[in-house]
Design a protein around this ligand. Structure first.
Ligand SMILES: [Zn+2]
Length: 170
């Protein structure tokens, strides 16, 4: 969704775990209330990032290849279907994003307290400070700062860790 005014690119992805329905519903509700005439910048929204998991109601993994998308980053262009999806997001979505928000909820056997989290990436101090600020004003009671300990060469595994590895915010 491209706003009439220029501004940052804010990406929402949900359904990385396709059984986590709450964020999938939430971003679709968000899409209905956004007025591009009022919007400054661009929203990229991937409502169902792992369709195989969603349509088969499979917790965590895509039953097409038994791979967890949130363990597959940066992905592989020649890998399984889930590894290809991770590769696509890494190559085509993350580079466009100024802010990258990967929304999860409790999966089939889980019950979570709502929280927002960001990585404390010491190599991108300004982005980390902005991620903290956005988290602090998000309205969530609990804000969690994860230590960021991987090198730039290690597989990030998680979608939002992949974004952080390339200097994106969340
Ligand atoms: Zn999840």
């Amino acid at each position: 969704m491209k706003g009439k005014q220029d501004g940052p690119v804010f990406t929402f992805i949900s359904g990385v775990h396709g059984f986590e329905f709450a964020p999938i519903i939430a971003v679709q509700k968000l899409m209905q209330v956004i007025d591009v005439n009022q919007l400054h910048g661009t929203l990229i929204i991937l409502p169902i990032s792992s369709p195989g998991s969603f349509y088969n109601r499979t917790p965590y993994k895509n039953p097409q290849d038994n791979v967890n998308l949130n363990n597959a980053f940066p992905g592989n262009a020649n890998g399984t279907i889930t590894q290809k999806m991770a590769h696509y997001i890494t190559q085509n979505i993350i580079p466009l994003s100024d802010v990258f928000l990967d929304i999860h909820s409790g999966d089939a056997p889980e019950d979570l307290l709502p929280f927002i989290c960001y990585y404390n990436n010491e190599r991108h101090k300004e982005n980390t400070a902005m991620a903290k600020r956005l988290s602090d004003i998000s309205g969530f009671q609990y804000v969690v700062s994860y230590p960021y300990t991987i090198t730039d060469e290690e597989p990030a595994k998680y979608a939002f860790k992949q974004a952080v590895q390339t200097g994106k915010l969340l």
